[in-house]
Design a protein around this ligand. Structure first.
Ligand SMILES: O=c1nc[nH]c2c1ncn2[C@H]1C[C@H](O)[C@@H](COP(=O)(O)OP(=O)(O)OP(=O)(O)O)O1
Ligand SMILES: [Mg+2]
Length: 199
């Protein structure tokens, strides 16, 4: 019997993308939403790598099996890389996408288009009990718009403009996003090693 693939996340946008990116794999994808009794894992690391490891290793320890985690965020050049690892809680502990977007647009008010370059970063950690944690990274370059455009995706997607496509990440299909996104690239790398992790 195939074992489940377990992702240490409560983010529904990420879960949807992981399910699409692992399509063709007969394993069931489970997330922290399937383990409601497990308390929130504090993300108190200083880097994407540290936070991804904290999430993956904590859950791998509790469940005693292989666990994947994704720590990701948006680095804006004009803000010296902020919000970065603080992207989810940029506008406060409630982790509200609309409030985060509003705050970011306010910070960038008056910044001309050529200085609004940014990138999404995703670090995936794979933790296995008794083994070294292994990491995969992906990046996705874009430009921060001056107002939200599009309804798809999640997080900062409505203000993340992709010059080659002339659309924001919230206007393109999930297939188009997964083919070029930070998460899509990190998972493509991970899938090269899937036999190693029994995925
Ligand atoms: O493709 C993306 N499109 C738009 N926004 C994105 C994306 N990828 C990450 N982001 C933003 C959302 C959140 O503000 C932060 C992730 O924070 P991060 O701590 O990794 O995730 P989270 O707290 O939402 O869920 P969890 O820690 O349970 O996986 O970066
Ligand atoms: Mg988080």
């Amino acid at each position: 019997m195939a074992t489940d693939i377990i992702i240490a996340t409560t983010n529904k946008g990420k879960i949807k993308e992981f399910k699409q990116l692992f399509e063709g794999n007969e394993r069931v994808i489970k997330s922290l939403l399937d383990y409601p009794h497990i308390m929130d894992i504090p993300e108190d690391g200083h880097t994407f790598h540290e936070n991804a490891a904290i999430k993956a290793e904590t859950l791998a320890g509790i469940l005693n099996c292989t666990v994947i985690a994704d720590d990701s965020g948006l680095e804006v050049d004009a803000l010296n890389g902020a919000p970065g690892i603080y992207s989810a809680r940029y506008a406060g502990e409630q982790k509200n996408d609309a409030a985060n977007i509003e705050k970011l647009l306010k910070e960038l008010e008056g910044t001309p288009e050529e200085k609004r370059t940014a990138r999404f970063v995703c670090v995936i950690a794979v933790a296995q009990p008794g083994e070294e944690t292994i990491y995969f990274k992906g990046q996705f370059d874009g430009i921060i718009t001056s107002q939200p455009q599009g309804e798809k995706g999640f997080g900062y997607d409505p203000i993340f403009y992709i010059p080659e496509l002339g659309q924001t990440a919230a206007e393109i299909s999930s297939n188009e996003k997964n083919a070029r996104s930070h998460r899509g690239k990190a998972i493509q790398e991970l899938l090269k090693y899937k036999n190693l992790f029994n995925l």
